[in-house]
Design a protein around this ligand. Sequence first.
Ligand code: KG4
Ligand code: ZN
Length: 342
Amino acid sequence: TDGPLVLGIETSCDETGVGIVRGHTLLADAVASSVEEHARFGGVVPEVASRAHLEAMVPTLERAAETAGVRLHEVDAIAVTSGPGLAGALLVGVAAAKALAIGLGKPLYGVNHLAAHVAVDQLEHGSLPEPCLALLVSGGHSSLLQVTDITTGVDPMGATIDDAAGEAFDKVARLLGLPFPGGPHIDRAARDGDAAYVAFPRGLTSGRDMERHRFDFSFSGLKTAVARWVEARERAGEPVPVADVAAAFQEAVSDVLVRKALDAAATAGIDDLLIGGGVAANSRLRAMAVERAERVGVRVRVPRPGLCTDNGAMVAALGAELVARGRTPSSLDLPADSSQPV
Ligand code: KG4
Ligand code: ZN
């Protein structure tokens, strides 16, 4: 197959990712995670993440090159997440990318983490449908993006006004005594649960709140509702039905995400919905999105779970698109921007 050979580096949070792609073809996706070092703190500790990136960078680069069977001087470009994310963590990736770009004499492309979560889908399903509506749900973000051109035209329609969806999964998991990161554990526990066991609140879906925040999300009220419910049970000396609470919580999150995404798609007149980010690995969200979208004639694309969570291949995928579309490379003094808008 053809297309540019691009190496992508991702270090915005707790995953050190190095991916190599040729156009839309994935050649290597090496990921080293420091998640276990953060688990006992119940969340990602920035300094711990930065140090782990430093230690993992060179071995992960070597592993990716070996898997892809390419030598570094063969690549056409180096892409790197320049933001948003943890400042110190981003710096490690950006510094590594600059060193490679300078040392190999290759162009450098700083890419946006959110846009990369969208671009990764083309490694699985081919060229992105443009325009498309992207629902991006991860530990740090929950956004609805209108994508007209993945390299130049990604416009936010809405975002969370408090917690990110993944953050809600992680906090509720903690309440239920499940390990960090909680998303996959809730997903698993919910399989044996009754989603209708409790009707948890759907934030910003009715009344004035909905009018003011039609395409925005709010998950902190949901998290509080789950906490109150669990506390009441414990006070009464009754056992907490973990599977049922997990299923009911997951149902509430999925319902809001899918409802708002389809409303946004209809409003923007877009027939293609793309779901990305760590929470897109959730089995209930995936099934619900496919089922409801089909009813209204919207096509849904969700990358396989391994490509939904943070990785370097998504950065390489967007880098390849920037090269293929002839976009101007970044300057070698590319800054890491922790709050970079999409
Ligand atoms: O995209 P990601 O790897 O990192 C960020 O950019 O934040 O997303 C991580 C988030 C975590 O909050 C994790 O609990 C959640 O994605 N997650 C899931 C599932 N797998 C990962 N949430 C729900 N269901 C899952 N199966
Ligand atoms: Zn992410």
